[in-house]
Design a protein. Structure first.
Length: 176
């Protein structure tokens, strides 16, 4: 959608959204841009991603700001989001399991209140350990399999020239 007027980009995002929505609520349209002319489309998209080297208005209009000008950051952000969501679900299950059992046992008198407090501390410790397990145990951050660099997306997108990219994605992370 390079060389397109801002309102036309916004209209195209709307068309893609209508075209790719099958009613299950899982389809999303993402817009990646870096310029003033991308701001309306960034706000129209379900997920707006601004290239950090872009204009201030694009950065303010976006949901996610990618540092630098590497397009591979789009997929890195997606992977980080998926990993964070999975960790959040795991942590909620752990916390509710510990607290549900611990509070019920303490209220009914099956467990001494001091032991219930220790269980609460253990609950927080398990949640923190789960959150940081990947970085603490391996000493590494989140790894992604994507290495798209500027100008390598079909040979048509070069962020440095002010062009923008639109992608549709379903909840499984497959392009649409």
């Amino acid at each position: 959608m390079a060389e397109v007027l801002p309102d036309d980009k916004r209209a195209e995002i709307g068309r893609l959204h209508d075209e790719n929505t099958d009613g299950d609520g899982n389809d999303r349209v993402a817009m990646v841009g870096d310029g003033i002319n991308d701001a309306p489309a960034l706000t129209q998209a379900d997920i707006g991603l601004a290239i950090g080297a872009g204009t201030d208005i694009a950065i303010e209009s976006a949901d996610v700001v990618l540092m630098g000008d590497r397009l591979g950051g789009v997929m890195d952000a997606y992977e980080i989001g998926q990993t964070s969501y999975e960790k959040t679900k795991q942590n909620l299950v752990a916390a509710f399991s510990f607290n549900g059992v611990g509070v019920a046992a303490a209220v009914t008198g099956l467990v001494h209140p001091v032991l219930a407090m220790i269980a609460m501390v253990l609950s927080v410790s398990v949640v923190l350990a789960n959150s940081f397990a990947g970085q603490l145990l391996s000493g590494e951050g989140i790894e992604t399999d994507f290495a798209v660099e500027t100008g390598e997306l079909g040979g048509e997108t070069d962020v440095e020239d002010g062009e923008s990219t639109v992608a549709t994605m379903d909840s499984a992370g497959t392009g649409g």
